[in-house]
Ligand binder design. Structure first.
Ligand code: CP
Length: 316
């Protein structure tokens, strides 16, 4: 595998290999020196045309923990604001010797275009493109579920995951449904009809409009961010009505098992798709998801860039 563009490109074997490699990477966090020399002399470019906190910082931390050189590129403040194209930006990065380009872009398919264009030689990793895909988010989410529900081994066969909210605009939902299906989990999507995409019935998931009917029996409840910035029309009458019907609040949490795992990819709209008390509850693993993002992204960079087994201190 040279690139990571879509969650559905991963076979069951490849997905489990990434999760297992991340588990080995996690043992690093117990060491006083958290660095491995695996990617010494390699260059990772973070090419972000859209805002990000978690993904950009965790890719930077992941690359640095593997001893790679990191170049951070944000479209704001670059020559993109003078009209430079994706092609010319890519050619500039290629001239700097990028071994991997981590790209976030508002246009669905931009990472695919970069990977297939021949503009760059290195690996391309999709860090979120439009409504389309966010494969490393799905991997870190699966890793977090596996840690809590499967002793951090194997896959997620039979795990019941309920994903709530703005499915229509969510690359997180698309990637999660595909990867969770590959790993054997049972996914239910719950949203108002206006926030479900055309063709959702063909996805490998159950679809429901009724949250209270869908929640019982869930092992994992994942709330999606309501993406106001992608909404140029009204998708629900009022935020209060959305919150009453689809918000995961403390009353709904109280009806579930104490072992339920509560997730959110962030950033959260507290009080809209998720209640304050739920986000901060003992069942919430939202902060842990961010930490797991570093180890999972280390695993992805390590496997794509072929950190050699001969390198001292690298995982097998
Ligand atoms: N979950 C996620 O992609 O967060 P950021 O937008 O902060 O990277």
């Amino acid at each position: 595998m040279k690139h990571l563009l879509n969650a559905h490109d991963l076979s069951h074997e490849e997905a489990v290999l990434i999760l297992d490699t991340a588990a080995e990477m996690e043992t690093l966090t117990d060491r006083s020196v958290k660095k491995l020399p695996a990617l010494r002399g390699r260059t990772v470019v973070n090419l972000f045309f859209e805002d990000s906190t978690r993904t950009r910082i965790s890719f930077e931390a992941a690359a640095k923990r593997l001893s790679a050189d990191v170049i951070n590129f944000a479209a704001k403040g670059s020559s993109v604001s003078k009209g430079e194209s994706l092609k010319d930006t890519a050619l500039t990065l290629q001239a700097m010797g990028a071994d991997a380009i981590v790209i976030r872009h508002s246009a669905s398919g931009a990472p695919q275009q970069l990977a297939s264009s021949g503009w760059v030689d290195g690996s391309v990793i999709n860090a979120g493109d439009g409504r389309h895909q966010h494969p490393t988010q799905a991997l870190l989410d699966a890793y977090t579920m596996r840690k809590h529900l499967r002793n951090n081994t194997g896959d997620l066969e039979g795990v019941k995951v309920t994903i709530i909210g703005d499915v229509l605009h969510s690359r997180v939902a698309r990637s999660n449904v595909q990867l969770l299906h590959t790993l054997g989990a049972d996914v239910t999507l719950v949203a108002p009809p206006t926030l479900l995409p055309v063709g959702v019935q063909t996805w490998p998931a159950t679809v429901s409009y009724d949250l209270d009917e869908s929640l019982p029996g869930s092992d994992v409840v994942m709330c999606l961010r309501v993406q106001r910035e992608r909404m140029n029309e009204a998708f629900f009458p009022t935020e209060r009505e959305f919150s009453l019907r689809y918000g995961f609040d403390s009353e709904r949490l109280a009806r579930l098992s104490d072992d339920v795992v509560v997730m959110h990819p962030g950033p959260m709209n507290r009080g809209l798709e998720i209640g304050d008390a739920v986000a901060d509850s003992p069942q919430s693993v939202i902060v842990e998801q961010v930490a797991n993002g570093v180890t999972v992204r280390m695993a992805v960079l390590y496997l794509l860039l072929g950190g050699g087994p001969a390198d001292e201190g690298t995982p097998r």
